[in-house]
Design a protein around this ligand. Structure first.
Ligand code: E4P
Length: 231
């Protein structure tokens, strides 16, 4: 499963890229609002940090507006994927983008049927929102499982991206469900790295190493003293 970072924060992306685990980035207007500045500049900087897909979301509500915004994003870098919301206008825009050879990520998917329609319209990435479904007492992971099964059963040319990930368990479940991609907030990525027994083990090994080195140094000093007395 590919791991994307769900952020517009350049420093977070830089760190994940250094860890060697970054396969791409997703942004949205809310994530962009947290960093501000020019969205285009932010996208260019992200595309310099990863050669993987970088999703840039349109905000227009009409087809022509979506096409105008998406084409401008696509011109910024070859790895830009235009993020389009699931709606009637979005389907038409995704079909037109597909004709133009521009890749799209269909966002705000909450049912397998919405994902099926997006794939048929030509979206290359389908993004069901797991956490937001869990928030309203539904089971978001069911949509991931159903959509992965549909994509595989019908050999659809699209990848399922588990979005709206809230915690590390979501990542494990998405991987087990066969999601092709999961996009994670940086905090969840950090949580995945850590385990209290790993931290404890690192400390114990370091302490034992220091003790062993101190004992060896003391032994060397004692031996040197004995040599000095004998000579
Ligand atoms: C990803 O593409 C989505 O925009 C994102 O995962 C939404 O997550 P949220 O529900 O935490 O806002």
């Amino acid at each position: 499963m590919k791991i994307f970072l769900d952020t517009a924060d350049i420093e977070e992306i830089r760190i994940a890229a250094r860890w060697g685990i970054l396969d791409g980035v997703t942004t949205n207007p809310t994530l962009y609002a947290k960093v501000g500045g020019s969205y285009e500049d932010v996208l260019r900087q992200i595309c310099d940090l990863t050669s993987g897909p970088v999703s840039a979301e349109v905000v227009a509500e009409d087809v022509e507006g979506m096409l105008r915004e998406g084409r401008a994003f696509a011109n910024l870098a070859p790895n830009i994927v235009v993020k389009v919301p699931m709606c009637e206008e979005g389907l038409e825009a995704m079909a037109r983008f597909a004709e133009e050879g521009i890749k799209t990520n269909c966002t705000l998917i909450f049912t397998a049927n919405q994902g099926l329609l997006a794939a048929k319209a030509g979206a290359s990435i389908l993004s069901p929102f797991v956490g937001r479904l869990d928030d309203i007492n539904e089971e978001g992971m069911i949509v991931i499982r159903e959509l992965v099964a549909i994509v595989e059963l019908h050999d659809l040319d699209a990848e399922v991206l588990a979005a709206s990930i809230r915690h590390p368990r979501h990542v494990t479940e998405a991987a087990l469900a066969g999601a092709h991609i999961a996009t994670l907030p940086f905090k969840v990525l950090q949580q995945m790295v850590r385990h209290p027994l790993t931290d404890k083990g690192i400390k114990t090994f370091r302490d034992d190493w220091e003790k062993a080195r101190a004992a060896a140094a003391a032994k060397d000093t004692e031996a040197a003293k004995v040599d000095a007395r004998q000579n």
